[in-house]
Structures are given as C-alpha cells and as structure tokens.
Write a protein that binds this ligand. Structure first.
Ligand code: DGP
Length: 114
C-alpha cells in the first residue's frame, strides 16, 4: 500500500530533497532528531526491511549506503561519525511503511537507543 513517501517521490507533496537518482530519493526528515536527519528511500515500494529480497535489492541497498556516505561527507559529519538506522515494524518504531534509511548526525549519539 502506498504511503506519504510515494507522494513525496511523485512530487505531489513538498519535501526538502537533498539527493535524487532514478532509483532513490533523499530528503530531510520533517521531525529531525539530530542536527542532520535525512531519510534515504528507494523509489520502488518496499514496505520494510523484512520485505527486502537481497538477490533482487542488493544494488538498491548499495546505492542507499553510497548516498548516505556522500551526504554525510557533504553535511560535514563523516569524520566525526553518524548513525544509520532502519526501523522495522511496530516494535522497531517504524511509522511509515515505505523502506527508509535514517541518516542521523551532528550530535553525540547514545546507546542503547530508546
Ligand atoms: P520511522 O519511524 O522509522 O517510520 O520514520 C519515519 C520518519 O518519517 C519520521 O522520522 C518522520 C518522517 N516523516 C513522516 N512523514 C513525513 C513527511 O511527510 N515529510 C518528511 N520530510 N518526513 C516525514
């Protein structure tokens, strides 16, 4: 089922887009949890991590990691460090069921996360 992220992909609702290719999109999180908080998503609708078929999606996942590294460098957080997060399912804290990689940085991260 389509989510609000499909509307962002289709430019039906606005987002602060920071990177885009034919296959992925990255935009600023509307509710940032760190000075840098970007969501990196595939354009294809994959609801959650457990729907990933590695043989089919490994290229896409690689592109998402490449984008995270590129954006971390551009945002000046690559050297100090950052966090990449996939929330999966209700107990994983997932709210939007369109796969997304959180790129968080610009402050000291804590462990364990809440
Ligand atoms: P998660 O809990 O992992 O499903 O994270 C969903 C994130 O998506 C959450 O941090 C807020 C963000 N978000 C939800 N709706 C929108 C939106 O319409 N625009 C933007 N930019 N971010 C959104």
């Amino acid at each position: 089922m389509s989510t609000i992220f499909s509307k962002i992909i289709n430019k039906e609702i606005p987002a602060d887009i920071v990177f885009e290719t034919d296959t992925i999109l990255a935009f600023k999180d509307v509710n940032p949890q760190a000075p840098v908080h970007i969501l990196i998503i595939p354009k294809v609708e994959i609801p959650k991590v457990t729907d990933i078929i590695v043989k089919e999606h490994d290229g896409l996942l690689g592109e998402m990691i490449d984008a995270a590294n590129k954006l971390a460098k551009e945002m000046g957080i690559a050297e100090d460090g950052f966090r990449l997060v996939f929330n999966c399912g209700d107990k994983g804290g997932q709210e939007v069921y369109h796969l997304h990689l959180h790129l968080l940085g610009g402050r000291q991260m804590k462990w364990p996360p809440g």
